[in-house]
Ligand binder design. Structure first.
Ligand code: MG
Length: 451
């Protein structure tokens, strides 16, 4: 091969320069729980300090229009893990999330991002809150993860943590390793530290082979607990302490990658499962300029802070304003690993790596906002139409309001969804209603699994 031809070949390959494209990159996915759009300093919070996440953004890309698949834990995680809207596999509706007395979980037939990366011999681990089924048959071990350590569902579901009638007969909060309960009602102040220790160990153990590390933090879901080192560290109170401890954890992971000389060959992504739990008042987060939070299909419920870093591949300090979602991460990871996508099922996302690197302007510019099994809103391009809204997501009866014609907001000029433009743009509403009709015509009715 002549040097000239070599130049052409390498310039056409992403990441050319150090033959990095020949190596399957490590993938680290950091996933907070109930963190709002406005809760990181790099996303504008005035009194929470997140220097490590801020650094990740300064060395990578900040995504400002990034969404999740649902505004509560279980369906959001089902979308993340499978790249499919939860309506396609029954992972929405019913009791909204899995509870300690749930017997089921994410269907075995679903293909998770871990299973896809296993086809390329990635070592895989999940350390944290799974919430896709806690019976042994549904734990991460059955969904492509070599290792698991964590509380398998929310941290507020045991009688010790929850005084409500519903929690009275639930078991103590389990801490699981692999498929075994190793502790009951573990000290939650130590959870972020313990997840982080496992993550750092896993990175060291697999420094010579490609790995996928998924770290779904238990916090800042309530009840809030911070370790001694972070308790009282923030002007924002306990919520800020907890977020600052997650930021510390991110720093430990960045340090471990650096220590093992893996920074240049590791793609890291940080986001959260849904917006802030506003009814928790000061123990809940902030959606910043976005309206509402967890449990709603307003922007605050489903738009999340997101940061990606991949030195040499993603431009340092860049900002990506393209519309993207957690449904895009499975195809993106598959693309990075050179893995095949399943051809026998509908995937709802696309590979957004070219969007994060600025090679492409848009990914999939349509977002479906489901509340349980009902489609409440659709975003297409800059416009979002609400067919139904919840009046108070955690208020009495979760009262909903129907809108005909739909409410219509330009969420690029009006991210706070304040000014309804429906009367001025009937043609945009027609367009979005046509998208809705096509989408719903393509759905197969699958009963809810969330019981
Ligand atoms: Mg959550």
């Amino acid at each position: 091969m002549t040097p000239f031809i070599y130049f052409i070949v390498s310039s056409c390959s992403p990441g050319s320069g150090q033959n990095k494209f020949e190596t399957k990159p490590n993938i680290v996915l950091l996933f907070a729980d109930d963190l709002g759009y406005g809760d990181l300093s790099v996303f504008g919070h005035p009194t929470i300090k997140t220097p490590n996440l801020d650094r990740m953004a300064a060395e990578g890309v900040k995504l400002t229009q990034f969404y999740v698949a649902a505004s509560v834990c279980t369906p959001s995680r089902a979308g993340l893990m499978t790249g499919r809207l939860p309506i396609r596999n029954g992972m929405c509706g019913g009791r909204t999330v899995f509870f300690p007395d749930t017997e089921g979980g994410l269907p075995q037939e679903e293909i998770t991002m871990a299973e896809i990366l296993k086809t390329k011999n990635y070592a895989t681990a999940c350390f944290g809150k799974w919430h896709l089924g806690h019976a042994p048959a549904y734990l991460p071990a059955s969904q492509g993860f070599d290792e698991y350590f964590g509380i398998p569902y929310s941290n507020d579901m045991s009688p010790a943590q929850n005084k409500s009638e519903g929690a009275r007969n639930f078991p103590p909060t389990p801490l699981i390793e692999g498929t075994e309960i190793i502790e009951n009602e573990p000290d939650q102040r130590l959870l972020t530290t313990r997840y982080t220790e496992h993550a750092v160990r896993f990175i060291g153990e697999h420094r010579d082979n490609p790995f996928f590390l998924y770290l779904p933090y238990t916090f800042p879901h309530t009840p809030l607990y911070a370790s001694e080192n972070f308790d009282g560290s923030s002007k924002r109170g306990l919520y800020g302490d907890v977020v600052q401890e997650i930021d510390w954890s991110v720093g430990e992971i960045l340090n471990a990658l650096k220590e093992h000389n893996l920074e240049e060959n590791t793609f890291i992504f940080f986001t959260s499962d849904n917006g802030p739990w506003l009814v928790m008042e000061e123990d809940g987060g902030s959606a910043g300029i976005l309206y509402e939070g967890k449990g709603s299909t307003w922007e605050g419920g489903m738009r999340e802070p997101a940061i990606a870093r991949f030195p040499g591949r993603i431009e340092a300090g860049s900002i990506c304003t393209a519309v993207a979602t957690t449904l895009d991460l499975l195809p993106t990871f598959a693309g990075l690993a050179g893995a095949e996508l399943p051809a026998d099922r509908i995937l709802d996302g696309v590979d957004i790596f070219p969007v994060m690197t600025g090679q492409k302007e848009t990914g999939k510019d349509t977002v479906f906002f489901y509340k349980g099994r009902n489609l409440f809103a659709i975003r297409k391009g800059a416009w979002k139409a609400h067919f139904v809204t919840v009046v108070k997501p955690y208020g009495p009866d979760g009262v909903t309001e129907k809108h005909d014609p739909p409410l219509l907001f330009n969420v690029e000029t009006d991210p706070s969804e304040k000014y309804n433009r429906a009367a001025e743009h009937p043609e945009i509403i027609m367009d979005i209603l046509a998208i809705k009709q096509r989408h719903q015509a393509g759905l197969v009715d699958v009963p809810t699994r969330i019981r």
